[in-house]
Design a protein around this ligand. Structure first.
Ligand code: HEC
Length: 242
């Protein structure tokens, strides 16, 4: 009895302490994989841009991902007219608040605030819940106002947490997922879709990351060469002084 009581008291406190306490999966992203980034951009435009903007991202920046301007225009632009425009959204913050209770936040820098692992786990942790307004809930972000935007791909799932106490009083948590209806993608394919999407969101957070690293290496090289010359000059200048 005492153990059971302890378990009941312990659960909510620990949930508060660690957010949802849901263990995060490692996001197997590869920032240099252009095919993955392009696929992520496509998923983002098709499934996320109706509600979320990415207002620091310009469409023509997608040419960095190896896409040509006609490709960007024909495949990725639904909300904007000119490739120089940023990824805005038709829905206003006021509409968003009215529809969901919380306006969908801009996702330009979401990967920097939440981290890739959090995003990768969050987008794979939606489940059906008839207690919420949207009919969806999320194991990583409990009672999130966002419906499962990718549910047609993943299918509908059910999630249940069971806490049990063993004889020594240790509380174990079992997290059970159940597939209710199949999606158009199998589990492995869906993981890949989300991986590509998260790869893209990380890229959006810092589109210049790759080129900045390359510039850094060049700068270090130039400094190294300068050092050699400076040292040779110092030797030449001080030769006669001693
Ligand atoms: C139907 C509208 C809608 C669609 C489509 C949608 N979202 Fe959301 N999203 C929301 C709302 C509303 C919130 C705010 C939830 C909250 O704070 O409770 C949200 C929150 C989020 C958050 C959490 C932000 C935070 O607080 O840290 C992330 C990440 C996110 N969305 C990513 C996505 C991605 C990626 C897609 C595309 C697969 C997507 N969303 C599609 C409405 C939407």
């Amino acid at each position: 009895m005492k153990n059971l009581l302890a378990a009941l008291l312990w659960l909510p406190a620990s949930l508060l302490a660690a957010g949802s306490g849901y263990p995060l999966d490692h996001a197997p992203i590869e920032p240099r994989d252009l095919v993955s980034l392009q696929s992520g951009a496509r998923t983002f435009v098709n499934y996320c841009l109706n509600c979320h903007s990415a207002q620091y991202m310009r469409y023509n920046r997608l040419s960095d991902l190896g896409l040509t301007e006609p490709q960007i225009r024909d495949n990725l632009m639904f909300a904007a007219d000119k490739v120089g425009e940023t990824m805005k959204v038709a829905m206003t913050a006021k509409d968003g608040k009215a529809w969901f209770g919380v306006p969908p936040p801009d996702l330009s820098v979401i990967a920097r605030s939440r981290g890739a692992d959090w995003l990768y786990t969050y987008l794979r942790a939606f489940y059906r819940d008839d207690q919420t307004a949207s009919g969806w809930n999320n194991a990583v972000f409990p009672n999130v106002a966002m419906p499962h935007a990718l549910w047609k791909l993943q299918g509908e799932r059910d999630y249940e947490v069971v806490a049990h106490t063993d004889k020594a009083g240790h509380v174990g948590i079992e997290r059970n997922w159940k597939q209710l209806t199949p999606g158009t993608q199998g589990a492995i394919e869906y993981d890949r879709t989300v991986r590509d999407l998260v790869n893209f969101l990380v890229y959006v957070g810092e589109p210049a990351a790759q080129s900045r690293k390359a510039i850094g290496i060049v700068v270090l090289f130039v400094l190294g060469v300068l050092y050699v010359f400076a040292y040779a000059m110092k030797k030449a200048f001080w030769k006669d002084v001693r």
